[in-house]
Write a protein that binds this ligand. Structure first.
Ligand code: G3I
Length: 550
């Protein structure tokens, strides 16, 4: 059976796992109190049935009260079972020694392939947010997708849960716990269960790609209005079927992860000579080359994403001696590091790929969900003018013609918009910002009139252009017509954007956040315009129809 034969909903995505006889409690810190060492494996997780090939639904259920967790460490993280730290009685899992945000705890989940899973857990961490994510590979493409996230705090546990449909074509399926930062994470009552009837897939089903060669082209249809972009990864451009479709449909790309500070900051080199790199952390760029070459060689422009962000920015950059746990760097030192980082990235890209990057997301997501500015480590070390400073440095080092953007999600919401406008007004007055990026991770319940009114307001109040930078329109509708409803939404959304652009609002680019539902960061909501096999969804047809109608 290929994916086309699955029901519409199942065709959209797929996920999770197999647990073999796991083990491992890392106790690399033998001096630590409360560490429980391996003694008797027989009592561990006795309610866990993960027999491969069985018709019985598998289940991961961990309260961490045994002697060994089923979880394995991910990346450099270490794990300990802790007494007196549990959400209720017993023990909790402490995940520590995290050197990158994705370091954490993981579970192999191959036995859940082709099924919908329900994942649940309670978490505690000093710095939000903890995420449960899922990784899998389809036809050589590895994607990392969110199942759910919880806003954690240091003093009490926050429970979260989420569902995810794992494609039947997925291999190497891993469910993992990570966060936005490097704080220790405490986890308790973690479970992964099958939602609905279980079907066992011994192997990943073959993925038969649709013939995409006769699709109308989005970039051609919208050529008179704005650029049309997509987010790319190194594996997506390496997959011939994906790269052919990217080239045919898009004239702009954003590197989904690789231009973020996490990948560019060179920790090893920096800490090897702290004195030399004290104000100017070492940078590395080799991992960007394949994607930037792809864009350049295929005549596409690149949105640079992103310079100053609270997430996917390693904590060590904010500490005086690059030593997390030590003292935070002071304002002057952080301003120097910020300036040198922006300078270094601008210089390298301009020298190696002159003219390729048309826009930079200089600051990303500085507004808090709860109102006001996000109290990130940029904010804590520099103060509330860090946004203005970032734009000042970006203007100083950006080549002429490169547009400087502020980028955020839920930025159409009135409360968040007023916070964003407040902190961007002085930046606009200083002439250091060219545009606002509305990420637009939205869903079919969002009122398009409210959204378009907010879009226009950014232009009118700040005198800047607008780009839609990370568009995906999810849906929670579960009936048979969900794809058509989503298609209609895409169509009327694009019609409204085009009308606004025709009326003089400078909308200069619309970027979809990924190519197909299989590789979307929120794949469980099937938010993009191509199915996993690259067959076109009503969402794609809706975008085309909107361009043809105006
Ligand atoms: O980077 C590591 C990689 O080095 C490692 O080998 C691999 C092994 O596990 O994990 C990788 O990390 C994953 C990373 O994507 C891929 O580079 C993370 O676990 C995963 O959480 C991360 O997710 C990305 C997310 O940003 C992180 O916040 C998504 O792919 C990406 O789509 C998403 O994009 C953000 C925008 O930048 C900003 N706006 C919101 C949007 C959606 O969250």
């Amino acid at each position: 059976m290929n994916i086309k034969k699955l029901s519409a909903l199942t065709a959209c995505i797929l996920l999770i796992s197999s647990l073999t006889a796991c083990t491992v409690t890392d106790t690399d810190d033998p001096g630590a109190e409360n560490t429980v060492l391996k003694e008797d494996l027989s009592v561990v997780n006795e309610n866990t049935d993960l027999t491969k090939g069985s018709d019985a639904a598998p289940s991961i259920s961990e309260n961490f009260d045994g002697l060994e967790p089923l979880a394995k460490k991910r990346g450099s993280a270490l794990m300990k079972l802790m007494d007196d730290q549990a959400a209720s009685d017993g023990k909790a899992l402490m995940i520590y020694n995290r050197k990158e945000a994705w370091n954490g705890a993981e579970y192999n989940a191959d036995v859940y392939r082709g099924n919908e899973i329900e994942v649940s857990g309670s978490f505690r961490s000093a710095n939000p947010a903890v995420r449960v994510s899922i990784q899998f590979t389809i036809y050589g493409n590895t994607s990392y997708n969110m199942v759910f996230s919880v806003d954690t705090n240091e003093s009490s546990y926050t429970q979260g849960s989420g569902r995810y449909i794992i494609p039947a074509n997925a291999e190497n399926i891993i469910v993992y716990i990570e966060s936005d930062n490097l704080e220790d994470i405490y986890a308790d009552n973690f479970s992964v269960n099958v939602a609905g009837e279980y079907k066992y897939y011994a192997e990943a089903e073959a993925l038969v790609f649709a013939d995409t060669s006769d699709y109308p082209s989005l970039k051609e249809k919208y050529g008179d209005h704005f650029l049309i972009g997509t987010a790319i990864s190194p594996t997506s451009i390496d997959t011939p079927e994906y790269s052919a479709l990217i080239k045919a449909q898009f004239n702009s790309v954003t590197l989904e992860n690789d231009m973020k500070p996490e990948g560019i900051l060179d920790h090893n080199k920096t800490v090897a000579d702290k004195e030399k790199y004290m104000e100017c952390p070492a940078l590395k760029f080799d991992h960007l080359k394949a994607e930037l070459d792809f864009a350049r060689d295929n005549g596409m422009t690149v949105r640079g994403h992103t310079l100053v962000w609270h997430s996917q920015t390693p904590d060590w950059i904010f500490y005086k001696d690059y030593d997390v746990g030590g003292e935070l760097a002071d304002r002057e030192l952080m301003l120097a590091r910020m300036e040198n980082y922006i300078k270094g990235v601008m210089e390298w890209t301009n020298e190696n790929y002159p003219g390729l990057i048309s826009a930079w997301d200089v600051v990303n997501e500085a507004a808090a969900d709860s109102g006001g500015m996000r109290e990130s480590l940029w904010y804590k070390t520099i103060g509330d003018d860090y946004i203005g400073k970032a734009f000042e440095f970006a203007r100083k080092y950006a080549p002429d013609g490169t547009k400087l953007f502020y980028n955020d999600y839920n930025s159409y919401m009135a409360g968040k918009q007023s916070v964003i406008l407040d902190f961007l007004r002085p930046v606009a007055e200083a002439g250091n910002i060219d545009g606002v990026g509305m990420q637009s991770h939205i869903n079919t319940d969002i009122n398009q009139i409210i959204y378009m009114t907010a879009l226009k307001k950014y232009h009118e109040e700040l005198g800047v252009e607008i780009q839609i930078t990370e568009l995906d329109i999810g849906t929670n509708i579960k009936n048979d017509s969900w794809q058509d409803i989503q298609g209609e939404y895409y169509k009327s959304y694009m019609q409204k954007l085009t009308e606004l652009e025709n009326s003089g609002v400078p909308i200069t680019s619309v970027t979809l956040w990924g190519l197909s539902d299989a590789v979307s960061w929120k794949a469980s909501e099937c938010p993009l315009v191509f199915n996993a096999d690259l067959s076109r969804k009503p969402a794609f047809d809706g975008m085309i129809a909107a361009a043809e109608q105006e």
